[in-house]
Ligand binder design. Structure first.
Ligand code: NAD
Length: 508
């Protein structure tokens, strides 16, 4: 699909409103430019939301919640089902916009929209569940049970690298739970947010539903900070860097609100001596080079048993030489650009630190210029021979840098694996069941996600997604993550005609 064609399908123009509060708000005069990471060219502009826009959006979201919470959950699910269908219709167009605006390759852009569709389907099923427990009462003629109530307005802050899927993990689950959602997307990817709003709003209106999905496009100051501090928002779900998470924890924690944090990762794969190396190579390549290393689950550390390390290193260098780098909208491309010049600078600074700290660059380490526009933010996928205890290895550099670290002993490498501050995704490649069981034991991987013979990135929506330690501890998407979007109510009903107190207390 040509750029004009898919922008047209999505209703994206050169200048777009950026605040939705039941209806699109008039632009306030400040604009956020959205530029393609491929060539630096302006794709379009989105009006930055003002604090007045924010105030109207939160009040509209509150009023919508007041009505929506009374809709039976399966009716709410029916609206989400139709949103899934609307996304199916625009899957290719929205996937292409994701590729254009983030620089991820088009197959991954379309995959991201598929993930939205999958979570819509999941949420529809959920809308007929949202189960509570019954509990045995110690008092005669009494009945105890738990029920799950809608929570309120959920604030959703999303990162640039998953500009549409993160919204859906939160918003579609929250919607069947009876909540409304106020979204603040990342400023490098505002057009994706406008496009999603334009896809879902007609469905909301066609069903006579209140405006449960609202949008403020802007920077942390003023709208992001306003959202954190706002007591009208009982839950802030924030996806982004650990720095963002610390700020959210501080501000939301201070007002005793709830936060759901999905933060940075520093994910590792262990390849043991028994591993199927063909499989491992494919898993490592997708994990480390996919999305140009800009996934929270990207593989950053590779622990190689010394018996297979030379062989894997050789194969990896060979494979890295062949990675097709270029236009993310070209279907033959495997790796697109980084999001912006700031990201390129951060990668180059990390490469300097690697050298200072004694790392050896095996391939890559610089800008990529061949066959790409001068204004693009392209870098080379980079392999580094490193030690596990180099300080830079413990940081998340949001770029395609992979550290190769040799090990001898599984106990020791699991310690090295767990010694970083982050705890998102992890994997082991092995054909020895004792090794995989050790990795999955309580003394094994300390991450929220632990895979065997699968790389670190590319999770399915059916599981709870998230990580431990500095990754923030939040869980989103599948399994019972929905509980974060509801409030639990413990109810006791006395049908006995007597008033016995708990613990046998006699009073008066
Ligand atoms: P970022 O932290 O710079 O920004 C994320 C979002 O937070 C943006 O919308 C930004 O505007 C907002 N924000 C920043 N400061 C804020 C403040 N003070 N108040 C309110 N909002 C504020 O992250 P990024 O560069 O967009 O994304 C990359 C990071 O996100 C990486 O660290 C990556 O690992 C992480 N990430 C984590 C997950 C996960 O599920 N664990 C998923 C995707 C990305």
């Amino acid at each position: 699909m040509l750029q004009e064609e898919f922008l047209n399908v999505l209703g994206i123009s050169r200048e777009n409103p950026g605040a939705f509060a039941g209806e699109w708000r008039q632009p306030s005069g400040n604009w956020i430019d959205s530029c393609s990471p491929h060539d630096g060219e302006l794709i379009g502009r989105v009006a930055a939301s003002s604090i007045e826009d924010y105030e109207v959006a939160i009040e509209v979201s509150r009023a919508a919640f007041g009505e929506w919470r009374n809709w039976p959950a399966p009716r709410r699910g029916e609206v989400v089902r139709q949103i899934g269908d609307a996304l199916r219709e625009k899957r290719e167009a929205l996937g292409a916009l994701v590729a254009l605006e983030t620089g991820k390759i088009v197959a991954e852009g379309v995959g991201e929209v598929q993930e939205m569709i999958d979570i819509a389907d999941f949420s529809v099923g959920l809308s007929r569940q949202l189960y509570g427990l019954t509990i045995q009462s110690e008092r005669p003629g009494h009945r105890m049970f738990e029920q799950w109530q809608p929570l309120g307005v959920v604030g959703c802050i999303s990162a640039f690298n998953f500009p549409v899927a993160v919204w859906s993990w939160n918003a579609l689950v929250a919607a069947v739970c009876g909540d409304s959602v106020l979204w603040k997307p990342a400023s490098p990817t505002p057009l994706c947010a406008v496009a999603v709003q334009k896809i879902v709003q007609p469905v909301i209106e066609a069903n006579g539903a209140p405006p449960i999905f609202n949008l403020v496009v802007g920077h942390p100051d003023p709208v992001g900070e306003a959202l954190l501090a706002d007591r009208r928002i009982p839950l802030v779900s924030a996806t982004g860097s650990c720095r963002l998470g610390r700020r959210v924890a501080e501000v939301v924690g201070k007002r005793l609100g709830r936060s759901l944090l999905e933060l940075g990762g520093n994910n590792a794969i262990i390849v043991t001596e028994s591993a199927d190396l063909d499989l491992a190579l494919r898993g490592v390549l997708f994990g480390a080079v996919g999305t140009a290393g800009q996934r929270c689950t990207s593989t950053r550390r590779l622990f190689l048993h010394e018996g297979i390390a030379d062989e894997m290193e050789k194969r990896l260098v060979e494979a890295y030489r062949q990675v097709a780098i270029g236009d993310p909208l070209d279907p033959s491309t495997l790796m697109g650009p980084l999001i912006n010049e700031g990201a390129v600078d951060e990668m180059l600074a990390a490469v300097e630190k690697i050298k200072e700290q004694g790392g050896e660059i095996l391939i890559g380490g610089g800008r990529h210029r061949e066959g790409v526009p001068a204004g693009g933010h392209y870098v080379e996928p980079t392999l580094v021979r490193a030690r596990h205890d180099m300080p830079i290895v413990h940081d998340e550099t949001f770029a395609p840098i992979l550290y190769l670290i040799r090990y001898r002993d599984l106990d020791e490498v699991i310690e090295w694996h767990n010694e970083v501050p982050q705890g998102l995704s992890s994997a082991i490649f092995t054909t020895d069941v004792r090794e995989s069981e050790q990795f999955l034991s309580p003394a094994g991987s300390d991450c929220g996600i632990a895979n065997v013979n699968i790389g670190t990135s590319g999770a399915e929506i059916g599981g709870a997604f998230g990580g431990e330690k500095d990754t923030g501890g939040g869980r989103e998407s599948g399994s019972d993550s929905w509980k974060a979007y509801m409030r639990r109510q413990t109810c006791t009903v006395n049908g006995s005609g007597e008033l016995p107190l708990a613990q046998g207390i006699r009073f008066g």
